[in-house]
Design a protein around this ligand. Structure first.
Ligand code: AKG
Ligand code: FE2
Length: 236
């Protein structure tokens, strides 16, 4: 299931983020792949962790989600930039659950996907099933879906090697639609939500990111507890 959020990420936070990610973004003008910016947000013990910025983004979004998902120990599992280079191909259909089976034994991770620019079909926005859209209150039943068969192909370009087989994907895509998001808009989807993105056919990188939240109660691998992030006072 997925839902558009009413929350918006502030323009100021986006401007700061884009400024700090400038090298990565410039590199994507030449490179037609997805750069994940996996090291952009790192733990509190590392330098240039950008946690001051993650705190701002989190504060814009989390109030709308916190009671719905009702975690005992809410954590940011991970947060990555999703910069899709100019001319980069689409990302094949998959459920994130297929990636997270071993690290999230009872499924609790869900994603908040944030547009850092106006995202249209030409830019390679998300493509989701209209049938699976719920009101934000419906997200409280998140992660109750089931896992589909996936293929693993580590040779394929694009960095998303686990995908739903082509024949099934083709059929599923018939009921899926491009989900446009304006800069600062966000949507939440659970780990069972099948999603794909189209190619970026524009001449500039597609600017997006995600924050993946999770129940941290029985985990030792995550980026940060939300409580610690909210109290984080370090500056860059
Ligand atoms: O950025 C993309 O093209 C795909 C992103 C994705 O699969 C995800 O955020 O889980
Ligand atoms: Fe994904």
């Amino acid at each position: 299931m997925w839902s558009r959020l009413a929350s918006r990420v502030s323009d100021e936070a986006i401007a700061t983020l884009l400024g700090r990610a400038q090298d990565l973004i410039s590199a994507s003008e030449e490179d037609n792949s997805v750069s994940f910016g996996k090291d952009f947000f790192t733990g509190p013990d590392t330098e240039d962790n950008n946690l001051d910025l993650l705190r701002l983004l989190h504060q814009d979004i989390w109030p709308e989600m916190a009671d719905l998902v009702n975690f005992e120990v809410p954590v940011v599992d991970h947060s990555i930039l999703l910069i899709k280079g100019a001319g980069a191909p689409g990302t094949k259909l998959h459920q994130d659950r297929a990636y997270w089976v071993s690290r999230d034994s009872e499924p609790t991770i869900f994603s908040v996907w944030i547009a850092l620019d106006d995202l249209t079909a030409e830019k390679g926005c998300l493509i989701l099933s209209r049938d699976n859209e719920v009101d934000v209150s419906g997200m409280s039943a998140f992660n109750t879906g089931s896992i589909l068969d996936h293929n693993e192909d580590y040779q394929q370009a694009g960095g998303f090697p686990i995908t739903i087989p082509e024949a099934t994907a083709k059929q599923m895509k018939e009921s899926m639609a491009y989900i446009h998001l304006a800069r600062g808009e966000a949507l939440a989807f659970d780990s069972f939500e099948p999603h794909t993105t189209g190619p970026n056919t524009t001449s500039t990188p597609r600017l997006a990111m995600k924050i993946a939240y999770s129940e941290g109660k029985e985990k030792d691998r995550y980026l940060m507890r939300t409580e610690d992030l909210e109290n984080y006072s370090g500056v860059r």
